[in-house]
Design a protein around this ligand. Structure first.
Ligand code: SF4
Length: 344
């Protein structure tokens, strides 16, 4: 693309966006806190999934002070099912920093926003451009794919050199005013027309500027690492209408899971399922075992009717629901399933 074509590109993009752009709830607000929530949720999750979580989150934590004052378990419970729980912990920590160090006023510059935990260049610029209309570029998955194709970029987009090309084009394309509208339009074009796999080039409003030769083969990326198999064993222990659970201290820090079992019994598991976790495919196996004589400090009995109120990662929540349903039906049958969503 040549620089002199940028104004024409912007006009074509905006005209398309006015007619076809997505109407998303976080586009109807200038509240930087709400925009940050949406951006953090969208980091590893599809828009369709985020919509209901975003609304529920803002109902529970409508502003930065409410979130800062919430307990860690309430925050994790609200995030339950979205996966990648470090995002919830970072958002909680960011709210506390804004209250304690900025007197509850959201910072307005991208540099200050970027100092918040879990906030990188893209997220800081997105909040600054969408909330404060700062003229800053953004590069995320949809725009990276679109820009790489416009440039016919033969570098991997996850390489330093590839990233430099993308940010440089995104910066060059920026208008002086209404950068938020422009950036939203770029994201929508990537999400709706310049899609992964086969893009819809005949419907593309900027195809005259596009230099991609084989767009379906772009963008180039580092090959995916192969999934490793992992098996995890846990106990299902019930007593007097309660279930023994354990608060995780590592992967799902702060959330409640079935107690870990170092050595699985010889008997068949009550429940088996699989779930993806970063570069692993984890086999979750849950065995019926006897109540221990003493409990570990991070274990507690929870009444069956109260388990929905505590934060559990999705694979364990799903297993628990299946086991309780089987128990309520008076069945000892084993349960098994495959949980296909992010769980970090
Ligand atoms: S012409 Fe095709 S490859 Fe190029 S930007 Fe448009 S949709 Fe993407």
């Amino acid at each position: 693309m040549i620089i002199s074509s940028f104004p024409k590109f912007r006009r074509a993009l905006l005209a398309w966006s006015a007619a076809h752009g997505r109407d998303l709830p976080w586009r109807r607000t200038r509240d930087p806190y709400a925009i940050l929530v949406s951006e953090i949720m969208l980091q590893q999750t599809q828009v369709a999934t985020v919509l209901s979580y975003y609304r529920e989150w803002l109902r529970r934590f409508p502003d930065v002070r409410t979130l800062a004052a919430a307990s860690a378990s309430d925050v994790l419970h609200a995030w339950q099912g979205l996966g990648y729980y470090a995002r919830a912990r970072n958002l909680h920590a960011a709210a506390k920093i804004i209250v304690e160090q900025h007197r509850g006023t959201f910072p307005t510059s991208a540099e200050e926003i970027r100092k918040l935990p879990g906030v990188g260049r893209y997220t800081a610029n997105a909040v600054a451009t969408f909330a404060f209309d700062h003229s800053l570029p953004i590069v995320e998955a949809n725009t990276a794919r679109l820009l790489a194709r416009l440039l016919n970029l033969q570098l991997r987009i996850d390489s330093t050199a590839g990233q430099q090309h993308l940010w440089s084009l995104a910066t060059g394309l920026l208008p002086r005013h209404n950068a938020g509208t422009h950036n939203s339009a770029l994201m929508d074009l990537g999400a709706l027309i310049c899609t992964p796999g086969q893009p819809n080039c005949p419907a593309c409003p900027v195809r005259e500027f596009c230099t991609a030769v084989h767009p379906a083969k772009l963008p180039l990326k580092k090959p995916r690492t192969e999934l490793k198999q992992l098996t995890e064993h846990h106990s299902y222990i019930r007593r007097n209408g309660s279930i023994l659970l354990e608060q995780s201290t590592d992967r799902w820090r702060g959330m409640w899971i079935f107690p870990r079992l170092a050595n699985p019994p010889a008997a068949a598991p009550l429940h088996q399922s699989h779930f993806p976790f970063t570069h692993h495919r984890v086999a979750l196996r849950i065995f019926k075992t006897k109540a221990p004589r003493g409990m570990a400090a991070n274990q507690k009995w929870t009444k069956v009717e109260e388990v929905e109120q505590i934060a559990m990662p999705s694979p364990h929540r799903r297993a628990l629901r299946e086991l309780l349903a089987a128990s309520a039906a008076g069945s000892c049958r084993n349960t098994s399933s495959y949980v296909n969503f992010n769980t970090r």
